[in-house]
Design a protein around this ligand. Sequence first.
Ligand SMILES: Nc1nc2c(c(=O)[nH]1)N[C@H]1C(S)=C(S)[C@@H](COP(=O)(O)O)O[C@H]1N2
Ligand SMILES: [Mo]
Length: 328
Amino acid sequence: MTRTGMHMIKKGFSFQGPAEGVHALNSWITPEDDLFLVTHMGFLNIDPDHWHLDVDGLVDNPTRLRLSDLQAMPQREYMSFHECAGSPLAPTVAKRRIGNVVWKGVPLSLVLERAKIRTDASYVWTSGLEWGEYAEIEEAYQKDLPIEKALAEEVILALEINGRPLTPERGGPVRLVVPGWYGTNSVKWVGSITAANRRASGAYTTRFYNDPTPSGVKPVWSVAPESVIVSPSPHDLLLADVPTKIWGWAWGDRQTAAVEVSVDGGGSWQRATVGPREDRSWQRFELPWIPASGQRVLLCRCTNELGEGQPPSDARNAVHSVQVQIGA
Ligand SMILES: Nc1nc2c(c(=O)[nH]1)N[C@H]1C(S)=C(S)[C@@H](COP(=O)(O)O)O[C@H]1N2
Ligand SMILES: [Mo]
């Protein structure tokens, strides 16, 4: 299959990320080289001159926008952590694909206003333009947002990341960004937006990215509290009685209120200091430590402003641990 001005660069599911995992994430803003890339069906290359976005469904003014139309609209910048929920086929496995970046683009609300979204619209569906197969399913990558989130000020049709235009792999020329929600909702290579009065019925909103809970299925939307230890890494050379520090990042849709660190495999916990949050950025935590010689398992866990925390295991936001060796 081909479409004018578009071709698939690589076919099939793909994940790329730093070899050192979270231990590579040592700067406040994650450079693109250290930011993971994910796609289900492959990466799409779009000629920006051919790109357009159709806005339809429950709108009074169905609209087609070209890149130049979006470029002429008001833009905003928003700093946010960006996290993949992990495999939709293994939703309880923690993958810790995470970064913190600055997006820039047009608020989705402005585009919906321009199309005169109707008051009976309760969901906004967004589709990617790529094609191919994932888990033996061949259908468009379509996601949905409840109207309250779609109209929230932080949700943008992004044209830039960290001050540069989006590359084809990143979902350019235009992608949706839904700060605070898992990466799966941030549709790359966006080509259509449909206002509707129900959830989208495709595989990516029904079969995948819905967590079973005792009270029914819960869409993989808002990011749960999570934290990781960046340093030390398992490869660092630590020496007994030499002061060092344990530090990392904590994040979630809601602000992080507290982070605790354990240096004895979870036997006891100490309160770390936690830095500020900007927009929906991650927050830095730090704990000074003077290790004794031997082997240690370090853990971190955070709590958000609602008092929600991280499960010890079997969850995408399970507690992170690092095993280190301290020389005498
Ligand atoms: N069109 C489209 N958008 C997509 C996907 C996809 O497969 N197709 N994958 C989603 C998933 S699961 C994630 S985690 C993020 C990854 O964004 P990134 O590659 O820029 O890090 O894109 C999301 N948007
Ligand atoms: Mo993802």
